[in-house]
Design a protein. Structure first.
Length: 192
């Protein structure tokens, strides 16, 4: 029997626009719920909350899928532009945006069974919510606050290049279900 998430992943490639929209909403809701409980205490820290844009949150749920699923979803949703992924990262991705601020990143590996993060995720867990992304005004400063005040270490020692010219870092945070949630903080190269 498939889970609601499994069915939503299938429905993302449906010819029925209403099914695709419902699936997107469900995946987004599940990702936000997992991340929200994992990082709820972050909002009490005023500087960190401001860096994460407080009341102007931009949250994207990252869904890792196999290459064939990736292709079906992309075609069903009008063949959105592929993101410019740095060559050292074994990933391909595109974004889906909907009303009410709902955004998904659909991710796959360039090398199935490879050593990249998405390939490892797919091998270990199968298709699913791989990360939840938060736009951030300054990833370096947010990383320092997370380390100093919350004892949360970044996955990478320094902020690194992300897709489409962003700067990123990742944080593996304990979740309410005793698992972990991968949180990505990202910022555009030109801080304004």
């Amino acid at each position: 029997m498939s889970s609601p998430l499994d069915q939503s992943i299938v429905d993302l490639s449906s010819a029925d626009a209403a099914k695709r929209l419902a699936a997107t909403g469900e995946i987004y809701r599940l990702g936000r719920a997992a991340a929200g409980s994992a990082i709820s205490e972050w909002w009490a820290e005023s500087e960190l909350s401001a860096l994460l844009l407080g009341s102007n949150l931009v949250i994207t749920v990252g869904l890792a899928v196999q290459r064939d699923t990736f292709g079906r979803i992309r075609i069903a949703n009008g063949t959105p532009r592929l993101a410019d992924v740095p060559p050292d990262q074994d990933a391909e991705e595109f974004e889906l945006h909907f009303e009410e601020g709902i955004s998904l990143d659909i991710l796959t590996t360039r090398e199935p069974g490879g050593s990249g993060a998405i390939a490892k995720y797919l091998t270990k867990f199968g298709e699913g919510i791989q990360q939840v992304e938060y736009r951030c005004a300054n990833v370096d400063r947010a990383t320092q606050i997370l380390k100093d005040k919350f004892r949360v270490d970044a996955v990478y020692p320094t902020t690194r290049a992300g897709v489409d010219g962003t700067r990123v870092n990742f944080f593996l945070v304990p979740s309410a279900d005793r698992g972990k949630v991968l949180i990505e903080l990202y910022e555009s190269q030109s801080r304004g």
